[in-house]
Design a protein around this ligand. Structure first.
Ligand code: HC1
Ligand code: SF4
Length: 571
């Protein structure tokens, strides 16, 4: 450790710690736009300036490490004035539409402008004069006139995701993150993960929002029946939109908030996560028994499906044909529930609440439509968008009384909850497939080798005499590496779970924005806590799932199951 001073206060930190990390550890605010604890620092925005050893020379806190006996000042008049000037410079060309911006209220530039008391410095165009924004993607919307050139999107897309869709184009002041040849993003090999929108500190890249449309439908239903489903990861993250700690378990408040908003029914994607396990687990057992294509790959992450279809189409036969839980729920709502309730599926507006921007793309797949071509799921709201919708309607989220999700598509086991974490789908699948395949329960319910944040996790288990090997990979950059190794024969497994976002769905591109270093861990712990407190932990014991098979689907992989719960991919 090294000992140093921040604003005359004695502090200590591990050698190699950057000044900004040390300041955050001691609760000393340092302004920044380009720094994020999950991304490599680049020292680009020139806002995190500090004075070192009263030198009068200012250094960026995000790229300068602390040193023994260093004296750091974060708020000398020179520091403050320079930060102010740099902020004014950024605002001098910024569009003048903060009031209506999708990021209003969560914009890091807006916050800093307020803190540094910068008024009337906006020089950018007004709304009506603005050049076209890039609306070509169902998942993300790009409005580069709002860009502050921090490069967080570029680092997210290249370093975390290995996708390199966005890179700096142009020079100096005009250099902004662009796609290759400036093509509309929807025409590139972008996989819709939305990590760029999660890391954008302003409103330059946001999810392609449908908050207003859903809001308007709820306000004027006009005979329509509005039905929601809520993804596993949303229940431990939505609370952050209301100032609560990451990982706060809000399952019942989530359902209550949607009812307050006017939902006619609130179903749980967790129910179809359990159903996915039955279908995908049975498919796995079938592939093992009948020498089908192995390794089998999970198919619930829509950005991963995009990655396979766009970059690795030769691996399509490895994908499980099971739809994602969102896809299964969309199908059950308009085909099964509509029939059961005697309502016209055309009158149903089906909205899903997801931690993910790629889910917005998933619902546009022609495979996920009714026979007449209408989409099974009509809208996807990200967790962030739902936070906004709840605020728009002045619903006091924190004090809502918890209510359960609705039958018959609302009950779930702990196996479904853990879908939200990297390794969770694998663990849930093993809890069921092992028991069905061997006749005895998995030796340990907590299958720890596939838990945690290691980029690749492996485990093996004796399965009726087969040394059954599984792997879990999360973060698209790690997935590219895994596939390279697989092709070279350096890794070999029977079953692999892939999630494009770091941490799995809890780290989805549509989750509440956080600039802390431990939000993923807290969300992960929240999810495991739900599993720990649920009595039912295995998908196949879910009584609602058993009833659905008994009275409607017959059995996993039945003809009906295939039609409603499975899909195919582009080849
Ligand atoms: Fe996920 Fe899934 S777990 S993909 O990570 O299989 O988005 O939460 O809803 O569909 O259930 C996301 C989360 C989600 C699906 C499930
Ligand atoms: Fe890159 Fe994902 Fe953003 Fe597409 S959505 S540009 S792949 S970070």
């Amino acid at each position: 450790t090294v000992v140093f001073k921040i604003n005359d206060k004695l502090c200590e930190a591990e050698k190699g710690t950057t000044i900004i990390e040390a300041c955050r550890k001691y609760g000393v605010p340092v302004p920044t736009l380009c720094y994020h604890p999950m991304l490599p620092p680049v020292g680009k925005c020139r806002l995190c300036l500090v004075d070192i050893n009263n030198s009068g020379k200012l250094s960026p806190a995000c790229t300068t490490p602390v040193a023994q006996d260093m004296e750091i000042q974060t708020n000398t008049p020179r520091v403050i004035n320079t930060v102010k000037t740099n902020l004014e410079l950024l605002l001098s060309s910024h569009p003048q539409e903060c009031t209506g911006c999708e990021s209003s209220g969560r914009c890091e530039l807006q916050k800093l402008a307020y803190i540094y008391d910068i008024k009337g410095k906006f020089g950018g165009k007004m709304n009506e004069n603005r050049e076209a924004v890039d609306r070509s993607s169902p998942s993300v919307l790009r409005d580069m006139e709002k860009c502050v050139m921090c490069g967080r999107c570029v680092r997210a897309c290249s370093v975390l995701q290995g996708m390199n869709i966005l890179g700096f184009a142009g020079r100096g002041d005009t250099s902004v993150p662009e796609t290759a040849f400036g093509l509309p993003i929807g025409t590139t090999t972008c996989i819709n993960c939305g990590q760029c929108s999660f890391y954008c500190p302003v409103g330059a890249i946001t999810e392609n929002s449908c908050v207003r449309e859903v809001h308007n439908i709820l306000k004027n239903k006009d005979g329509r029946i509005v039905v929601f489903q809520t993804a596993p990861a949303t229940r431990v993250a939505i609370s952050e939109e209301f100032g609560m700690e990451p990982g706060t378990i809000s399952t019942g408040k989530l359902a209550a908030a949607l009812r307050e908003l006017g939902a006619d029914a609130v179903f749980d994607t967790n129910f179809t996560a359990d159903l996915t396990i039955l279908e995908e687990g049975s498919e796995l057992l079938d592939r093992v028994a009948n020498k089908g294509v192995l390794p089998m790959f999970t198919s619930c992450c829509p950005a991963w499906i995009n990655m396979v279809e766009k970059l690795y189409p030769e691996l399509i036969p490895n994908l499980s044909s099971a739809r994602s839980p969102q896809g299964m729920m969309g199908s059950l709502i308009k085909r099964y529930w509509a029939q059961k309730m005697g309502v016209d599926p055309k009158k149903i507006v089906s909205v899903s609440v997801m931690p993910c921007t790629a889910k917005k793309d998933e619902i546009t797949r022609p495979q996920l439509t009714l026979d007449d071509g209408t989409p099974e799921t009509d809208f996807v709201l990200t967790t962030r968008e739902l936070g906004k919708l709840i605020k728009l309607n002045n619903i006091p989220f924190a004090s809502l009384k918890e209510i359960p999700h609705d039958d018959p598509l609302g009950e779930s086991t702990g196996a479904a909850d853990i879908f939200a974490n990297t390794g969770g789908v694998m663990e849930a699948a093993l809890r069921t497939a092992y028991e069905i395949g061997t006749g005895s329960p998995l030796p340990t319910m907590h299958f720890t080798p596939v838990r945690g944040f290691d980029s690749m996790k492996e485990a093996h288990i004796d399965f009726n005499g087969i040394d059954f090997k599984v792997a879990v990979v999360h973060g698209a950059a790690n997935i590219h590496k895994y596939i390279e190794k697989m092709k070279k024969g350096e890794v070999s497994h029977h079953f692999v779970e892939f999630m494009v976002c770091k941490g799995g769905c809890i780290g989805g591109g549509g989750e509440p924005k956080s600039i802390s270093a431990d939000y993923l861990l807290k969300r992960m712990n929240g999810i495991y806590k739900i599993d720990d407190t649920k009595e039912m932990k295995k998908s196949h014991v879910n009584p609602s799932i058993q009833r659905l098979y008994k009275f409607f689907l017959e059995k996993p992989l039945s003809h009906k199951s295939h039609k409603l719960l499975h899909t195919h991919y582009k080849d």
